[in-house]
Ligand binder design. Structure first.
Ligand code: HEC
Length: 136
């Protein structure tokens, strides 16, 4: 009888311990997951944010590929010319600067100002940082 009580106690203790450890382990896991998703907006670098806008909401990728001309010049080319001429991409995207990459095709790019003019300075700077990340 005593032995049974002892066993039960041990078992109860063991199972209790196991229970109290498991949720802890799980919750710490899900906390890390949650923070990498939920707080990613604050942890994200400007280049990450810029890439996200460029490929997502901005839909820039449909005309601008990293290393080849599609409809618009490649991101590399834009980055290079803006670096050489010390241009300001954010100002251009606000519609406040003349085109310096391919002025003959400016009308095509101009249609996007409807989108980019709605963007915050932070978002435009992020796009600029993303494009500049391609300059060599
Ligand atoms: C419909 C096609 C198209 C889309 C979509 C597009 N672009 Fe362009 N983009 C062009 C063309 C064509 C040019 C070349 C004309 C020019 O240089 O202005 C250009 C040029 C540029 C330039 C260089 C401007 C300069 O100084 O000459 C930048 C910077 C740029 N695009 C950024 C963007 C960003 C950011 C987006 C997304 C918000 C975007 N583009 C979406 C077609 C497009």
């Amino acid at each position: 009888m005593k032995k049974a009580v002892f066993l039960a106690t041990v078992l109860a203790f063991a199972s209790c311990k196991k229970e109290s450890q498991e949720p802890f382990g799980k919750s710490s896991e899900s906390t890390t997951e949650a923070s990498s998703e939920g707080e990613s907006a604050t942890v994200k670098t400007p280049v990450d944010l810029g890439k996200e806008i460029f490929e997502g909401r901005g839909n820039c990728t449909s005309c601008h590929q990293p290393d080849q001309k599609v409809i618009g010049p490649s991101i590399q080319e834009i980055a290079k010319i803006y670096k050489d001429k010390k241009g300001d991409i954010a100002t251009f995207l606000k519609g406040n600067a003349d085109p310096i990459v391919d002025p003959s095709q400016f009308a095509v790019m101009q249609t996007n100002f409807a989108i980019t003019k709605e963007m915050s300075d932070e978002e435009l700077k992020a796009i600029e940082a993303y494009i500049n990340s391609y300059s060599k």
